[in-house]
Design a protein around this ligand. Structure first.
Ligand code: AMP
Ligand code: MG
Length: 494
């Protein structure tokens, strides 16, 4: 990226910093620790747009200093927040922003947005950590945040990525980076757990009121606002996880401190998208028990919601109300999942046998280990005209007979709703992505950036920002993973 020219930022950024108006039980004021010799790796134009910034905002003379942790703009109020959480099902006690620094909250044309550096050095919550993030995991977080947004999933965003030659010790010596993240709120389930488990009911109430007043005001009008808060989080989380399952996204570390109170995907670490469809797929190499495997994500989300409910009990007071709110998951999740699956199959109407049709399709994918993304995308090329055959989707299956048996049921189902091939294909292409952030694509971009060439990160970002479009010039990014991809191990180390 070129040398900065004159300031390109809109004058008078409006920092409202509402979290900083809470008292200091909730955070500690800190200074980010700047990265030496920073360089821009990439910026997201789409994220800049969300802030109402011009796409060349990064050319502002001070931008690199701010987003590499060396300087603060007037109006920023840097702090690290405290939270706790359950990690791998076990109470972990106090955690907190150990390597993230909250810079402030901006008023944008699209609402308020908090800005946070990740990897900007130690804070009072760093425990044994160094407060840094490596370039490898920062590229993954940067790309996946923006890819998920483009796919239409609720997520924290990534504004920019800065790298440095600063050595950072993990399994090997790597180098440091900072991702700047954006979200309407970074409050996690773990923030509530913290104040409940540390016997601070007033702070707990203050935080719940803060979240309701600033982010979920509709809860205030309900007869039991705190129960309504829980139910809203249950609904949002259920919708979110249904979308993860539909797109084949595995989070990898669904600890309660990695769960957003707004139902956003947050904390991209050892995540992964499914390649071959395997319901029991474990994307996190450190997850030896498979607690966070793909098919367990809905039940784990519900487990985490129970932990949140427990933390909110001093406010809700009535067990039946809390249980009723949790119970919502059992209807919202399957309904959302069915809605998404019907859309993925290109079905407009609802029939009783749909659940079976979907289950059998997924069983076929699992049995032949068919690539999840490719299968759904190619299913969009299916024709109701039997003489046309099933098209390129058929070629993905080893057991052709089993596929044909299923295909004839699918064809009958489509005929019953007078489905039109071209219309259905267009609709299916809007929900079955062609481009996802496969591990090997991230890995190629990482290796190049580690050698000082950031072009691939930017190219990949552009491809992933249009996941549903045919991009004939980028066909290679939609291909099956190469053989060597199987040796990529993604772990908690970041
Ligand atoms: P994570 O597994 O990334 O969700 O992090 C769990 C907790 O450990 C959070 O409180 C993080 O802030 C903290 N943490 C993770 N890595 C580091 C690090 N390198 N330095 C300081 N704190 C860290
Ligand atoms: Mg985390």
């Amino acid at each position: 990226m070129d040398v900065p020219h004159e300031s390109s930022l809109p004058a008078g950024l409006r920092w409202i910093n509402r979290y900083a108006t809470l008292d200091e039980v909730f955070y500690t004021r800190v200074r980010p620790q700047g990265l030496p010799e920073p360089r821009w790796v990439a910026t997201s134009d789409a994220a800049a747009q969300a802030l109402g910034w011009p796409t060349d905002w990064w050319a502002n003379a001070e931008a690199l200093a701010v987003f590499s942790g060396h300087a603060l703009w007037p109006g920023m109020d840097a702090l690290a927040t405290v939270y706790s959480g359950h990690q791998f099902g076990v109470w972990a006690g106090q955690l907190g922003d150990g390597r993230a620094v909250w810079l402030g909250e901006l008023l944008t044309p699209h609402g308020s947005m908090e800005v946070q550096l990740k990897g900007s050095g130690k804070t009072p919550y760093s425990r044994m950590g160094d407060g840094r993030a490596v370039l490898r995991s920062s590229i993954r977080e940067f790309l996946c945040s923006e890819a998920m947004h483009a796919l239409g999933l609720p997520t924290t965003r990534a504004l920019c990525l800065v790298a440095s030659p600063l050595p950072v010790l993990r399994e090997t010596v790597e180098t440091a980076a900072i991702v700047t993240r954006l979200a309407p709120s970074f409050v996690r389930f773990g923030h509530f757990e913290h104040f409940c488990h540390h016997g601070q009911p007033q702070a707990l109430r203050r935080l719940a009121d803060f979240v309701i007043d600033h982010h979920l005001p509709e809860c205030r009008d309900q007869p039991h606002p705190y129960a309504a808060l829980l139910e809203t989080v249950v609904r949002r989380t259920a919708e979110l996880v249904a979308q993860w399952q539909a797109v084949g996204f595995c989070h990898g570390v669904l600890n309660t401190d990695n769960m957003s109170i707004l139902g956003l995907t947050i904390d991209y670490g050892p995540f992964g998208f499914l390649d071959a469809y395997d319901p029991a797929h474990i994307c996190n190499h450190s997850d030896t028990q498979g607690r966070y495997s793909y098919h367990r994500q809905p039940q784990i989300a519900l487990w985490n919601l129970h932990a949140l409910a427990q933390a909110l009990m001093p406010l809700i007071e009535d067990t039946d109300l809390a249980l009723a709110a949790l119970e919502t998951f059992r209807s919202v999740y399957p309904q959302a999942w069915m809605r998404l699956m019907r859309a993925k199959l290109g079905l407009r109407s609802q029939e009783e046998g749909d659940a079976e049709l979907i289950d059998d399709w997924l069983s076929l994918l699992a049995r032949d280990r068919v690539d999840h993304t490719l299968a759904w995308r190619r299913l969009g090329r299916f024709s109701v005209d039997a003489t046309d055959g099933a098209g390129p989707v058929r070629e993905l299956f080893t057991d052709r007979q089993a596929f044909e048996a299923w295909a004839s049921r699918y064809r009958q189902r489509l005929l019953r709703e007078s489905s039109h091939d071209a219309e259905r294909r267009a609709a299916m292409d809007r929900v079955n992505p062609k481009y996802i952030l496969r591990n090997h694509l991230a890995e190629i971009a990482i290796r190049k950036a580690q050698a000082g060439d950031d072009d691939e990160v930017r190219r990949l970002l552009r491809v992933l920002q249009r996941p549903y479009d045919e991009q004939p010039e980028h066909e290679a990014y939609a291909a099956l993973p190469p053989e060597w991809a199987q040796s990529i191990e993604v772990s908690c180390s970041s």
